[in-house]
Ligand binder design. Structure first.
Ligand SMILES: [Mg+2]
Length: 334
């Protein structure tokens, strides 16, 4: 059997089996956006890593080195944000062919630094290796959160509402334009979805506000699409969920790309990913209080689903309550 037969999440489950022995001071191990261990009195330390590989995650022809650096940093910062933590220190491991221009490395680090500066994090070291075939960027990022305040995927309760902090699908819509350059859209629309794809915006301030509120039962950042990511909360919380497809907020640009590409734009939101908005759950009675937290932090909140007892599966429903079928829903109305 090779790893493609197991798939990413099958492989994670298998690795989790190897890591079952408890580590002293570990508060939360494999399975969430980041791991958590005990920090100085009153704090817990959050740590995550993520690798970006040339040709898989980025193409140097279509992105400036600063953009590649910013995105690689932002993806990690977003995982720390999803834990409700403040990013602190970053380590960068780079693998590169010998022929890599120095200007590429300079640009990359400018990107890392720009993104870290936005959130008060510092790059404190790393490692370099020769990688003859292609560039890879492996970032490890630490953060800190007040003891007991980390937002996990595992504490959602039956009946909890699931909400997102902003529109989904723009990044996938941007990627679809890169993959199908023949699709014609307005320049403003193109620029807007490409920006979402190339320069995601980690929701650190919102994560901190949600953590401080004490109202949130589960949270993660939307990196794999609404359906898959709500599924991650289901798995870790051992619950099912319904996801109301057409409740998921879309930008006008995302709708325009769907129309031009002959695709239901909600597919971008449901199965695309890389949006890096936060998806979080809370009890229905706390909805007004959570709404206040969002408004105060300068974000909108859209309820897109509900947790329920049952197998860890997401049922995607159309407005009339039937199973959602992207081919048959009302997307041609735009
Ligand atoms: Mg994540």
């Amino acid at each position: 059997m090779d790893i493609s037969q197991l798939g990413e999440f099958g492989l994670i489950h298998r690795i989790a089996e190897h890591l079952k022995t408890p580590a002293a001071g570990l508060v939360k191990g494999i399975g969430d956006d980041a791991a958590v261990f005990e920090g100085p009195p009153g704090w817990e330390i959050v740590i995550t890593c993520d690798a970006q590989v040339e040709g898989v995650h980025f193409l140097p022809e279509s992105m400036a080195p600063e953009q590649i650096g910013r995105k690689a940093a932002a993806i990690n910062i977003s995982d720390i944000a999803a834990m409700g933590a403040q990013p602190t220190f970053m380590l960068v491991s780079l693998g590169m062919p010998k022929t890599t221009p120095v200007s590429f490395v300079d640009g990359l680090y400018q990107g890392f630094k720009q993104e870290c500066d936005r959130f008060g994090a510092s790059i404190i070291g790393g490692n370099m290796a020769h990688c003859p075939e292609r560039i890879f960027i492996d970032i490890t990022l630490l953060g800190q959160v007040e003891k007991g305040r980390a937002l996990y995927r595992s504490n959602a309760k039956p009946g909890d509402l699931a909400a997102v902090s902003g529109p989904l699908g723009d990044s996938a819509a941007g990627l679809s334009l890169l993959l199908a350059p023949e699709v014609r859209v307005d320049e403003k629309v193109r620029a807007s979805v490409l920006k979402a794809h190339f320069t995601p915006n980690p929701r650190v301030d919102l994560g901190r506000a949600l953590s401080a509120s004490g109202l949130i039962t589960a949270a993660l950042d939307v990196s794999d699409g609404a359906a898959q990511d709500l599924g991650h909360i289901c798995e870790e919380s051992k619950l099912g969920a319904v996801l109301w497809a057409e409740k998921v907020p879309l930008s006008q640009a995302c709708k325009e790309v769907g129309k031009a590409a002959g695709k239901n734009p909600w597919e971008f939101a449901m199965f695309g990913g890389e949006d890096y908005e936060l998806l979080f759950t809370f009890s229905e009675e706390n909805q007004p209080a959570v709404q206040k937290v969002l408004t105060k932090a300068g974000f909108s909140m859209t309820i897109i689903g509900r947790m329920e007892e049952g197998d860890p599966k997401v049922r995607i429903l159309a407005a009339d309550g039937s199973a959602w079928n992207p081919k048959s829903t009302g997307w041609t109305h735009f």
